[in-house]
Write a protein that binds this ligand. Structure first.
Ligand code: NAD
Ligand code: WQD
Length: 343
């Protein structure tokens, strides 16, 4: 059986990927320090997978503990490295927290992979590496712009570290640049768990719909877009998870063209903030209390992916539509409060 180490596997995208990799026949080991997750997720993953899952609660910044894990588990065919802090605003306020966690955890994993002969890593990168892109849609060749936050900088640096590491011919990399993940597993047993007040659009919409937030601010309706609000490429988290299965399979079947490969993972379609609110209201038959507010500093106006490379080379394509995204996000929001109080 193919064995995968999933770092950050208790988190939003990691947990959905655990399910998809399990369904694809991978044996899973999760490492997470629960800095942005809760233990009930493990229980729910076991319910979905109908199987006990090996879980290590540890901080990947602790090299000795990471080494001990590699020794105990003996062998991994592939590592899928999700573990990182991801709050853009917080990273501006506390940059060192982000450099320390996101880069130390990555280098510790790489040191152990090299030492214990694990060849393959799939890395969570982000569309944030493109900054304010000068061309749309963004292709994998679109040049990086200067990172606007320490978070964005850790993703650019993470890719740079990986690109250098492959020169030793011991490690191969697939970096996936995610666009805007939304939605949840159809079971509504796993989903996104924002800490405190959400920054991202979808959890803010769902929390406003359920009454946890009074009002959603739409950050600007005077942009040069058809309805004046910003445009993004929203991707269902289950589709995104499946891109990781394709990446792991590609590496294990030795199908890669290069030791360092990069793919954009989005739908290729841009949706505005106002469109998203209207689709959410229409599909879920709920009203969102929103108002138009000033522009948010640092927002790109339009961002969507060119997915030709992911479609043709990785053999992956987003299958879920906007209706799936808003329905699954809402179903999760309606359940999550009960999970948080019971465990
Ligand atoms: P998440 O916070 O839900 O999951 C990350 C998990 O990593 C959490 O469970 C957290 O507890 C764990 N973790 C963090 N630091 C750790 C450490 N030092 N040791 C062990 N565990 C640690 O985030 P997510 O949305 O699932 O994102 C996963 C990855 O994808 C991240 O690398 C993120 O930067 C990247 N990404 C996310 C988005 C997004 O919008 N969600 C977009 C692009 C890229
Ligand atoms: C989407 C749109 C907002 C909240 C972030 C990270 C990026 C990547 C993806 C990790 C924007 C608007 C939002 C609200 C709003 N993550 N909005 N009211 O900014 O595209 O990207 O997630 O790598 O690094 O920066 O996502 O969900 O914050 O915003 O009007 O309350 O929704 O202005 O146009 P963003 P988002």
């Amino acid at each position: 059986m193919k064995k995968a180490l999933i770092t950050g596997g208790m988190g939003y995208i990691g947990s959905h990927t655990v399910v998809e990799l399990h369904e694809a026949g991978y044996d899973i080991v999760i490492v997470d320090n629960l800095s942005n997750s809760r233990l009930f997720i493990l229980n729910h993953l076991e319910k979905i997978c109908k199987k006990k899952i090996t879980f290590y609660e540890l901080d990947l910044c602790d090299l000795e503990k990471v080494e001990a894990l590699f020794v105990t588990e003996k062998h991994f065919d592939v590592v899928v490295h999700f573990a990182a802090y991801k709050a853009v605003g917080e990273s501006v306020e506390q940059p060192l927290k982000y450099y320390q966690n996101n880069l130390t955890s990555l280098t510790n994993v790489l040191v152990c992979m090299e030492k214990y002969a694990c060849q393959n890593i799939v890395f969570s990168s982000s569309c944030t590496v493109y900054g304010f892109p000068k061309q749309l849609p963004v292709t994998e060749e679109t040049p990086f712009q200067k990172a606007l936050s320490a978070y964005g900088s850790t993703k650019q640096m993470g890719e740079d570290i990986l690109e250098k590491v492959v020169y030793n011919k011991k490690i191969k990399v697939i970096a996936l640049r995610y666009f805007n993940p939304v939605g949840a597993h159809h079971s509504a047993l796993i989903g996104e768990l924002p800490l405190g007040k959400p920054n991202n659009l979808m959890p803010f919409i769902t929390q406003t719909a359920i009454g946890k937030q009074d009002q959603l601010n739409v950050w600007g309706n005077d942009y040069d877009t058809p309805d004046g609000s910003c445009i993004r490429d929203y991707i269902h988290v289950v589709d995104l998870a499946k891109a990781h299965v394709k990446s792991c399979d590609r590496m294990l079947q030795k199908n890669t063209n290069d030791d360092f490969e990069v793919f954009n993972v989005g739908t290729g379609k841009g949706i505005s903030v106002l469109e998203m609110i209207h689709i959410f209201e229409q599909e879920n038959k709920v009203k969102i209390n929103f108002k138009i507010a000033n522009r948010r500093e640092g927002d790109a106006i339009v961002m969507y992916a060119d997915t030709i490379k992911a479609n043709s080379v990785l053999g992956w394509k987003a299958e879920k539509n906007l209706s799936d995204m808003v329905i699954d996000s809402w179903r999760w929001e309606q359940n999550v409060a009960s999970f948080l109080t019971t465990v």
